[in-house]
Write a protein that binds this ligand. Structure first.
Ligand code: NDP
Length: 322
């Protein structure tokens, strides 16, 4: 099969198209012929060496397609089923393996590519809004990079929970998209002081939660945006790594909470995975949440997809198509 492999850490050019043997599913595993592959920031962190992986490796965890083969002991998944997962072992490929209990069926009426686009960013937005800080009606939250893949979905899910949503973006076009996704107030954090804007727009009352995936350039401001006992949900570092923080800072700023969550811990059980995936895929199928696919890139051009994402040129999901 064709697959993208990385032999050493580096820039986007480290992503190379190669021909490698088809994987064979072991006990409890399924082999999926992928129709679409989700591109996520984690693959950029791995490619750059920020997250350690054993080389050479096929990047990618997210994708959707049709089951092509099953290993022994698999009972709930059949050859020909349409499935999606965020736990493929190398999804930048024509075929990929996942544990059978980590794939979910794609509901009838939902396109396979939409499922591939939704699983990781959708379930991330879901766990942030429903579990990390379960938004209550009237809660004020800030979503950084609000026109990004997670950001557009998180704005919509936060509005479904009747929160008041503040979003940050870097361009006027991104501001329009964030507003369309439900953000009540949108701040261009490249030209405006987002802390002062939050202070002004809330008459000094500030926020219950900040969902911060930007990291290095925003985390200190995010802390200053929080009301006493507020929550900093730091879930990424698109702009760079956050340095160690003195815990007394959280005392001085109002007995704040901080968490550094990751999706795996919020879909740790089959029930939780099925709940979150079912909600997200179902909302999009019903039209209650809108999915924005920014671009679909041929698998061979995975490097272009990475460059677009890391250069802030995307708004919504980036897919690879084998
Ligand atoms: P996005 O579509 O949000 O892309 C990243 C966005 O971050 C950019 O479009 C840009 O928006 C903003 N940004 C700000 N500064 C920079 C910078 N210096 N370089 C690049 N981008 C910058 O990506 P995703 O939706 O795929 O992921 C968002 C974040 O969420 C990532 O950090 C990712 O690691 C994290 N994540 C965490 C998960 C978890 O469970 N912890 C799961 C999934 C994603 P703008 O131009 O408007 O500033």
């Amino acid at each position: 099969m064709k697959a993208i492999r990385v032999h050493e850490t580096g820039g986007a050019e480290a992503l190379r198209l190669e021909t490698i043997p088809d994987p064979i599913p072991g006990p409890g595993q399924v082999l999926v012929r992928l129709e679409a592959i989700g591109v996520n920031f984690i693959e950029i962190y791995q490619r750059r060496g920020l997250y350690k992986v054993q080389m050479p490796f096929v990047p990618g965890e997210e994708g959707a397609g049709t089951v092509a083969a099953i290993g022994s002991g698999v009972e709930d998944v059949r050859i020909g089923d349409r499935v999606a997962s965020v736990n493929f072992r190398g999804s930048y490929a024509e075929l990929a393996i996942a544990d059978a209990d980590k794939v979910v069926p794609i509901p009838d009426g939902l396109d396979t590519r939409a499922a591939a686009a939704l699983m990781l960013q959708g379930m991330t937005a879901h766990y942030l809004a429903t579990s990390v800080h379960a938004l209550q009606p009237g809660d004020r939250c800030l979503v950084h990079a609000a026109a990004g893949g997670v950001g557009l979905l998180l704005c919509q899910i936060a509005k479904r929970r009747n929160a008041i949503v503040f979003g940050t973006v870097s361009t006027a076009e991104k501001a329009r998209l964030a507003r369309d996704a439900g953000a009540d107030e949108v701040i261009d954090y490249t030209t405006q002081d987002f802390v002062a804007e939050v202070q002004r727009l809330t008459n000094g009352a500030k926020l219950q939660v900040v969902y911060d995936s930007v990291g290095a350039t925003t985390y200190l401001g995010s802390i200053d945006c929080l009301a006493p006992r507020g929550m900093l949900a730091l879930f990424g570092q698109s702009s760079g790594v956050v340095p160690p923080i003195d815990p007394l800072l959280f005392t001085r700023k109002g007995s704040l909470f901080m968490t550094r969550p990751t999706l795996g811990h919020y879909i740790a059980t089959r029930d939780e995975l099925v709940w979150r995936a079912g909600d997200v895929l179902g909302w999009v199928r019903e039209g209650a949440v809108t999915l924005r696919i920014d671009r679909e890139v041929p698998l061979a051009q995975a490097a272009d997809a990475h460059r677009a994402l890391e250069e802030r040129r995307t708004t919504g999901k980036v897919l690879l198509v084998p």
